[in-house]
Design a protein around this ligand. Structure first.
Ligand SMILES: O=c1[nH]c(=O)c2nc[nH]c2[nH]1
Length: 475
């Protein structure tokens, strides 16, 4: 499998020397929210550190060798050429802005539950059991491999309250080469007695241990980043949220939490925090947790005033349509959030969500937006999200949500090569079919992309790179 895999020690010190690479073929990425850019017969040059250093139109392999290599001063025997086959294209890696690595074994297991009973029945027992490191190793290795195989190059992970298991997740992301935000879950109330931080001070100290661990392994946060993770307001006491808000201010680290997912949850927040503002968003704001680096998952039932506050604080939203439908939380109004100027990305939210695939989240986002349109009297045709728009949310939008828009989400010079090679099956009577998307040859590229969004899966994800390194290859 070539140069797959990183050692687990600090990234910058121990990376094996990588070769320069030139990718050749069709490149597709979002230009704006509503527009994809298609570059055919092009070459993208990626240096040994994984940075895109040239994008060259009208370049085939011969021209790349005769013109691009000399321009870059790269010796041809030290440069790998990666050529897309007919029907294949390069696309930015997906960014999953919200998922619980620890809940992966439970995907598809939610019955008819809704948030609060789902947490007690399915979620807390599983998360608690991951204090067993062999079990955590099995679950975390699998979720990383699985999400990579679906083209997820960056993941904002929740782990559990357990420090060694959370640190293991960080180590495994490093060794697998997946870019990740690693969050130790903080919760000192509401959960069962066997799965709680005892005191705010303990929760804070354990969070700091995980932050230190991540920074000791990747001091420049080139691949993994610690993220402060108050589970959600009902599970965090006021003193704990205050400490975590203070920590966010001191460290300028990102924060992730849940907001306004379910109506009973919102009522619970109002009853638990009568003195911390008038709404769920104001509770977080009271404790300094609504920062420009905060990722708010769900945001299904935000009021106008709350959305305005989120806009003002420049906090971001992770839209989790599979989860919102599966555990009957509601339909988040993405167009409305975007109109408010809020940055939105997509989250699989495993295991509230049942699928590891951001592509699945993208198609579900399209469908949920149509349900909003059918909710007569409230919405307009323009609430519908297009294929182009959900692909933007899956890449550039997600990059903004995780605060990495200068590095990932697009394929321009200066960005890092976090990308996937997608192949769609060209119908041929002689050949066995591969995957669920059939291309007959008369489709435009726009139509091929639409077919991929609605019917594609991991069988179409042929290769995946993070920072220029191959991290998944479909055999
Ligand atoms: O979808 C969700 N998954 C969770 O694990 C969780 N915890 C609090 N709120 C939550 N929502």
């Amino acid at each position: 499998m070539g140069d797959i895999g990183f050692p687990t020690a600090a990234v910058s010190e121990t990376r094996p020397p990588a070769k320069n690479k030139i990718f050749l073929g069709t490149f597709i990425h979002s230009k704006t929210l509503s527009e994809l850019e298609y570059l055919h017969n092009a070459a993208v040059a990626v240096d040994s550190l994984g940075t895109i250093v040239a994008v060259s139109p009208d370049t085939d392999i011969a021209k790349a060798k005769s013109t691009l290599l000399p321009q870059l001063n790269w010796p041809s025997d030290d440069t790998d050429m990666v050529v897309a086959k007919a029907g294949q294209f390069f696309f930015p890696g997906f960014i999953d802005t919200h998922l619980h690595a620890s809940q992966y074994p439970n995907v598809g297991l939610f019955g008819n539950s809704t948030l609060l009973d789902w947490l007690n029945t399915y979620t807390f027992p599983l998360e608690a059991s991951l204090s067993s490191l062999p079990k955590a190793q099995k679950v975390y290795s699998r979720v990383i491999r699985k999400t990579l195989s679906h083209g997820t190059t960056t993941a904002a992970y929740y782990a559990t309250i357990d420090v060694p298991a959370t640190n293991l997740l960080a180590d495994l992301c490093l060794s697998s080469g997946q870019r990740a935000l690693i969050g130790r879950v903080c919760m000192d109330q509401l959960g069962p007695s066997y799965y709680l931080d005892e005191f705010p001070a303990e929760s804070l100290a354990k969070t700091k241990q995980c932050i230190d661990h991540v920074l000791s392994k990747d001091p420049k946060m080139e691949l993994i980043t610690p993220i402060i993770t108050p589970r959600f307001a009902p599970a965090c006491s006021a003193p704990l949220m205050k400490e975590l808000g203070q920590l966010a201010k001191e460290t300028d680290l990102p924060v992730q939490t849940h907001i306004s997912e379910n109506k009973n949850e919102i009522a619970l927040v109002a009853s638990l925090f009568p003195d911390a503002g008038d709404s769920y968003a104001e509770v977080y704001d009271t404790f300094g947790l609504l920062t420009p680096r905060t990722i708010l998952a769900h945001a299904v039932h935000l009021t106008e005033k709350e959305a305005d506050l989120v806009t003002e604080r420049k906090s971001k939203v992770s839209h989790c349509p599979c989860s919102n439908s599966a555990i009957t939380s509601g339909a988040a109004r993405v167009r409305w959030l975007l109109d408010k100027g809020i940055e939105v990305g997509l989250g699989t939210d495993m295991s509230g969500g049942y699928s590891p695939s951001v592509l699945e989240a993208a198609r579900h986002a399209v469908l949920v937006s149509r349900h909003i349109c059918m909710d007569e009297g409230k919405s307009e045709e323009r609430d519908k999200l297009s294929v182009e728009e959900v692909l933007y949310l899956a890449t550039r939008g997600g990059a903004k949500v995780v605060g990495m828009e200068d590095k990932i989400g697009g394929l321009e010079v200066g960005m890092e090569w976090d990308a996937q090679l997608v192949g769609l099956h060209e119908v041929d009577e002689e050949e066995e079919e591969e995957g669920n998307v059939d291309v007959f040859g008369w489709e435009s590229w726009e139509e091929k992309i639409a077919k991929w969004v609605y019917n594609g899966d991991d069988r179409n994800t042929k290769k995946v790179w993070v920072r220029g390194r191959l991290v998944h290859e479909r055999k």
